[in-house]
Design a protein around this ligand. Structure first.
Ligand code: PGA
Length: 265
């Protein structure tokens, strides 16, 4: 295990987005479990593997996820509120009831296509952590922001707004961050290991400055066109604790090779 990562959990989570019918989702979860050698799961020192299917497929893949199976089950989003007259929403307790152990919050597609604001992200984050869900909080800049040289301040601003309802005790191991540059998601363009490392260091620096070791010890994942062919060099950058994988997680072989890079990294 890379010393610079010691103490931090390594996670690889497949974000299946709006793909796969229930039977297809179940088949993919089963194939992933079948392809992963048992020893990858054997100790805390190895890697945690998660999948995030649509809400409708949570139950279908549940037999392959904890506690029945080795995978961690995440939802792709969660409502900010617990329950009530909020048509179309799914709350934290409903996710837990369906077998999910965590949720992705603030994905750039939610922010860009569904008008999710930093204020909404902050409420969702607090509600999910209070309910006991693990959270992958997504942050990342657009190409315009990077070209203007404002990428670090933008990401730190997203972080500080998302954390605005949190208290120190929320900074436990249930919270991880995913740095996902918007220009890299689904485009085939990946951040260079140097760019990813620099941003991860900036995020970790901010977390440490505000929350001490509870903040600095958070796992920070990278996302954005992670593939079997680039995962190892990203992992070798040292600051990256794992990946949030979109397109490549729909293909068993690619996903397994990405996990393998994290186990070796
Ligand atoms: P991608 O998606 O791997 O297809 O770029 C990553 C994500 O959106 O989490």
């Amino acid at each position: 295990m890379n010393e610079s990562r010691s103490g931090r959990e390594r996670w690889i989570v497949g974000n299946w987005k709006q793909n796969l019918l229930r039977l297809e989702a179940e088949a993919l979860a089963r194939a992933v479990v079948a392809a992963i050698p048992d020893e990858w799961f054997e100790s805390d020192d190895t890697v945690h593997v998660g999948i995030a299917p649509t809400y409708l497929s949570l139950e279908a893949v549940r037999p392959w996820t904890r506690p029945a199976g080795p995978l961690w089950l995440f939802a792709q989003d969660v409502a900010a509120q617990e329950s009530g007259a909020f048509t179309g929403e799914v709350g934290p307790a409903m996710l837990l009831d369906a077998g999910a152990r965590g949720a992705i919050i603030g994905h750039s597609e939610r922010r860009a296509y569904y008008g999710e604001t930093d204020a909404m992200v902050a409420r969702k984050l607090r509600g999910a952590l209070d309910a006991g869900l693990r959270v992958i909080l997504c942050v990342g800049e657009t190409l315009e922001i990077r070209q203007a040289g404002n990428h670090e301040s933008h990401v730190i601003s997203q972080l500080s707004k998302a954390f605005s309802h949190l208290k120190g005790e929320h900074l436990g191991h249930h919270l991880m961050i995913a740095y996902e540059p918007v220009w890299a998601i689904g485009t085939g363009n990946t951040a260079t290991p140097e760019d990813a490392r620099a941003m991860h260091q900036a995020i970790r620096g901010w977390l440490g400055a505000h929350y001490g070791s509870a903040g600095a010890d958070r796992s920070i994942l990278y996302g954005g066109s992670v593939k079997a062919t680039n995962a190892a060099e990203l992992m070798a950058a040292g600051e990256i604790d794992g990946f949030l994988v979109g397109g490549a997680s729909l293909d068993v072989e690619s996903f397994i090779r990405i996990i393998e890079s994290a186990v070796a990294g």
